[in-house]
Design a binder for this molecule. Structure first.
Ligand code: NAD
Length: 421
């Protein structure tokens, strides 16, 4: 017999569940709340035909998982990647629930994905996939039900196609169906940089809290996409030294600090860091083990593992990516006195500005970029303060403190709403 929750079993989901169990134990959460929050409420698998440019037809599989329906509509990104699975989406949806709760946003968590390799598809093929996927999700999404956003492999362009498809099917424009749209379609100018900027605002606040100055810090950033490139740019603007950056093809390293605008210009022209003459080449794995003050994984999950945790030479790991550190690695880092700033806090800037975008679209009102960034900074700082206060009061690490704060909020809401019928 298949056990409850087997549908979303995956290594990432087991990590997310182990984290939840740790927070539940600290809170001494009762069995009812555990049962109601541990597993996703809803998951949809879609499998649809797509015509490739050559005329042939392939089946493409996609998912949407909604973790909790207690807090309001669900919210979470859409990922286009070759190894997307329902288990991965389930883990990422749970983390979205905790992230939104930590920031006190009126959402539950969701996550979606399409199993495809966007680098191997033409723009036309990607558009057909995005539009068909959007139409397949109609039964469970909506501006008051579930609001997608970009994640790995997707951006403003895909959100514009998604918005257009939903609006065509409804018969009128519904900009609040997705966030992360181009500004001209009701997106905010601040959204593309929001996650990266939020990571940097959290880095600043965490350094202040620990009595250090961000501008003195030597930093390594893994991943040079939506998030990593902005993190590197914003950090260098604030005077930090970026020693190395990497992408899926490899990395570059310069002890004197990289010229990040020049690196960004290279990537804009060539697509990857391969051959970038602005630093010495360094391997994808080695880049994580170079000496620095702050290591920022901003690429994939499970990058810091039991295998490399003992070799990291940093004083802080700031998780810009979702789930980049395995629980085993986290124990090694804690034993070595390395501070870990958890993903649900560090990368929450993206969903925070997404929330502002959704509110603006619903109100048909436009806020100024500066006001959005300032509001995001205040919300992120309050969340960091809550995490630090909980960590000190309960004597736990920052990840546990962040999860405890979030789980406590959602469980209180779930118990107040009780169970229907
Ligand atoms: P992206 O697709 O724009 O960029 C990913 C980057 O990682 C690329 O530079 C890619 O080359 C690099 N990469 C892939 N495999 C790698 C490897 N093995 N080693 C080194 N680099 C590698 O994705 P993104 O939107 O920047 O997302 C990155 C992470 O941040 C993900 O974990 C995502 O879930 C998380 N995140 C993104 C957002 C957002 O707003 N985009 C919000 C919150 C969290």
């Amino acid at each position: 017999m298949v056990g409850a929750g087997e549908e979303w079993n995956s290594e990432l989901y087991r990590i997310a569940t182990a984290q939840f169990d740790r927070a539940a134990a600290v809170l001494e959460l009762d069995e009812e709340a555990r049962a109601r929050l541990r597993e996703p409420r809803r998951a949809l698998t879609v499998n649809f035909p797509v015509r490739l440019d050559g005329g042939s037809v392939v089946n493409v599989t996609g998912y949407r998982v909604q973790h909790t329906l207690t807090m309001g509509p669900t919210k979470g990104g859409i990922r286009f990647a070759p190894d997307v699975s329902m288990g991965e989406c389930a883990a990422l949806a749970a983390w979205m629930t905790w992230k939104c709760a930590l920031l006190e946003l009126p959402y539950g968590g969701a996550k979606g994905g399409v199993r495809c390799d966007p680098t191997a598809l033409s723009d036309e093929e990607l558009e057909r996939i995005t539009r068909r996927y959007a139409s397949e999700l109609i039964p469970i999404i909506g501006p008051d039900r579930d609001i997608p956003a970009p994640d790995m492999g997707t951006g403003e362009r895909e959100m514009a196609w998604f918005y257009d498809t939903y609006s065509q099917l409804k018969g009128y424009a519904v900009p609040e169906i997705v966030t992360g749209k181009p500004a001209v379609l009701g997106g905010t100018a601040a959204r593309p940089s929001a996650t990266g900027l939020g990571v940097v605002q959290i880095a600043e606040a965490a350094c202040e809290h620990l009595g250090r100055r961000l501008s003195d810090k030597r930093v390594i950033v893994q991943g040079f996409g939506n998030v990593g490139a902005v993190v590197a740019e914003e950090l260098s603007v604030r005077g930090a030294t970026i020693l190395a950056v990497s992408d899926h093809t490899g990395g570059i390293h310069d002890e004197r600090g990289l010229d990040i605008p020049a690196v960004a210009a290279w990537v804009a022209e060539h697509g990857t860091l391969t051959g970038c003459p602005l630093g010495a080449p360094v391997g994808r794995a080695e880049v994580l083990e170079l000496a620095c003050d702050i290591l920022i994984p901003a690429a994939l999950e499970r990058q810091i593992t039991e295998r490399n945790a003992s070799r990291l030479r940093c004083e802080m790991v700031l998780e810009a990516a979702n789930g980049p550190t395995t629980p085993g690695a986290e124990a090694v880092l804690a034993a070595r006195g390395i501070t870990l700033v958890p993903d649900i806090l560090a990368n929450a800037g993206g969903v925070t500005v997404s929330y502002f975008e959704w509110v603006q679209d619903q109100q048909k009102l436009v806020w100024e970029t500066v006001a959005i960034q300032d509001r995001m900074r205040r919300l992120l700082r309050s969340a960091l303060d809550r995490v630090v206060e909980t960590a000190e009061r309960r004597g736990v690490d920052w990840r546990t403190a962040a999860l405890v704060t979030a789980v406590e909020r959602v469980s209180t809401a779930a118990l107040a709403r009780a169970i229907y019928p």
